[in-house]
Design a protein around this ligand. Sequence first.
Ligand SMILES: [Zn+2]
Length: 381
Amino acid sequence: MMIDEKKSDNILNMNSREKINNYIKGKSDKKKFLYSPNWGCYYPGYFLGKKWLSEVTLEEQVDVALEFKFDLIHNVFRDVFIENIEPLKWKISEKIETDKRRVIRRYFDTPFGRLENETTELPDNGCTLTKSPIKKEEDYKKLSYYVKLIREYAEDLGREVTRVRRVIGDRAAFTVIVSNPFEGFFLVPREDPIYHEIEWPEAFVAFMQEAHETEKKIIEVALKNGTDGIFLGSVGTEMISPRIFEEYFLTASTELCELTEGLGGWSNYHVCGCGKKWIDSGYVNSIKPTVYESFSLPPTGDITDFRIARKAIDKRIVSKGHINLNLLKNGTPEEVSVETKKSILSMKGFRHIISTNCQILHGTPKENLEAMYDAYCDLIK
Ligand SMILES: [Zn+2]
């Protein structure tokens, strides 16, 4: 009996891809909301009892999402495609695993010398710290070589995207996560580019141009081979300064979003931090992503009134958010239910995707996720 019920739920979820695409592109009933919590490997890893979150597979992430009955937008790092292409692969030089951490040192040889980096993974929480491949100015020449090289393997990238699409099937919408050029192709620790831009402006800007060209190529290849959209974003301006955002993020992000829509896909822009500045200064409307998220409350964010925030955003932009992750992890099911209903009601009249502020945290009780879903079902009936 239970099994049959589960099966029918899965069948209902089989069309998630189409459902999400239609909703985001404005082809379905605009009055109804879509329910799609922000998903990565944190919660599926916890749910499946995995110690190292990097070992959670794409398929497992989809399976656990189906377990909770929501329509999944599966955001996949473009590294998943790149690391399967032999000439682009960073070789492992050392792997140290203890109970408390797992350190992996990697290298990549270029005609200008060797690039080296290090990642440290902690059990359960998935925290990965990176030791930068950039130690001196000349290293940017090597990194520029590497990102440029990726463009030569467009065909292989396409094959990898198709492979991931086959794994996901139509059970979820699928985006590729790309970086803004200022983010160092996700290979440079987040805080470093702020200093590199001041210390080595020429080498840094030259690298950013190569990285941007490569991300554009990845977007083209990804959309041609089965992704539905792209996922990109930024930390808050409180981390990088409004000057850096306006100079290096605004134009590049706008271009990536425009390119995506021009190719028939949709873009999802995620602000990880304080989003009030994005809305008040008009950044969101000027980048014009298809979907904008998120709307975090203090202390992690600075949005105090969801409706006022939403009203300031262009009506054509679909909004996404904003269930509080702390409440979801530490609150009672009743509190989660109240918060979810409040969040849904505040978005009445807009195209909005009910979601969490960021990835659901490790250790979040299953009952709270169920309470969130039940509250959504209660209201949309
Ligand atoms: Zn985030």
